[in-house]
Design a protein around this ligand. Structure first.
Ligand code: C2E
Ligand code: MG
Ligand code: MG
Ligand code: MG
Length: 274
């Protein structure tokens, strides 16, 4: 509440602040209930390999809100990260993705599924054990699971991060560094992390055929990948021109609207069963 006797401006500002806090609190409560009520939806976006056949998909969460409709993750993942809910959310996605993976494997389609993991979730003390438990429960093959992490991970203790990643690698799990180039981590950190793949952020791909600076940045990222023998995924490939250009630079995986939009999991699965 605004203090009595404060200036009009201050009062206005304070009440606006109060609204923002209240909105966020309401959203937190709603999200908590939504997860329990089964309102989260798993979507998948196909990834295309250098030979132009599907190599797998990225798991992307949506919230099917009874009034607001399909809510994109950018509107609620940050909220979940801010209130200790993101572990619950990520594990829901991971479990659903692993169930799907087990069904794909049983159908003789050894595709990989990539799942996004928030830094806050990765930091949880029992992170490794819980991931191992989900693999056991679902029967998914860890070697078909990729965890997408971001440079935000290395804000914590690097040795501890590396140790966890190595324990998960023992289960066959591989790591992809998402949104590469948008964070602050140094190349020396990158060298220490046992990752097998870099994802070039959509922001660099958008104008890669028209903006010399973006093209130079993409080439720099590819030089790093070549040096460190990493696979590369280009995010947000929307046009044939972008795809053709990227193909001349490096044999990479493409992901973007040019090939496929994120699709509801059952529809995606049906398309792949045949
Ligand atoms: P991200 O991991 O970088 O995912 C790629 C985003 O780019 C997705 O947005 C995808 O739908 C979008 N995209 C893919 N191809 C194209 C394209 O050609 N054009 C355009 N304009 N966009 C494209 P989405 O699904 O809205 O997800 C946004 C972000 O939310 C993700 O970015 C990821 O950081 C986060 N997120 C999604 N699912 C999860 C989850 O289960 N857990 C966590 N912790 N974060 C998640
Ligand atoms: Mg991702
Ligand atoms: Mg990404
Ligand atoms: Mg991105």
């Amino acid at each position: 509440q605004a203090k009595a006797g404060g200036g009009g401006r201050v009062k206005f500002f304070e009440s606006r602040m109060g609204d923002a806090v209240r909105d966020r609190y309401e959203l937190e409560q709603e999200l908590r209930q939504a997860i329990e009520a089964g309102e989260l939806r798993l979507y998948l976006q196909t990834q295309i390999g250098p030979d132009k056949t599907p190599v797998g998909a990225e798991a992307l969460v949506r919230w099917e809100h009874p009034r607001r409709g399909l809510v994109p993750p950018a509107s609620f993942v940050p909220v979940a990260e801010g209130c200790n809910l993101v572990g619950v959310l990520d594990r829901w996605v991971l479990t659903e993705a692993c169930r799907l993976l087990a069904r794909l494997d049983a159908g003789g389609r050894p595709l990989r599924i990539s799942v996004n993991i928030s830094p806050q979730h990765f930091q949880e003390p029992d992170f490794v054990e819980r991931v191992a438990e989900i693999l056991r429960q679902t029967g998914a093959d860890g070697s078909h699971l990729v965890l997408e992490v971001t440079e935000g991970l290395v804000i914590g203790n690097v040795d501890e991060v590396v140790a966890r990643m190595l324990r998960l690698q023992d289960l066959g799990i591989r790591f992809s560094l998402d949104d590469f180039g948008t964070g602050y981590s140094s190349l020396s950190y990158l060298k220490r992390l046992p990752i097998h793949e870099l994802k070039i952020d959509r922001g660099f791909i958008r104008d890669v055929t028209t903006d010399a600076n973006d093209a130079a940045l993409v080439d720099t990222i590819l030089a790093v990948a070549r040096l460190m023998e990493l696979q590369v995924v280009a995010e947000g490939v929307e046009t044939r021109a972008q795809a053709d250009y990227l193909d001349t630079r490096y044999p990479m995986v493409h992901q973007g609207y040019l090939y496929a939009r994120p699709q509801e999991a059952n529809a995606w699965f049906s398309a792949f069963r045949g």
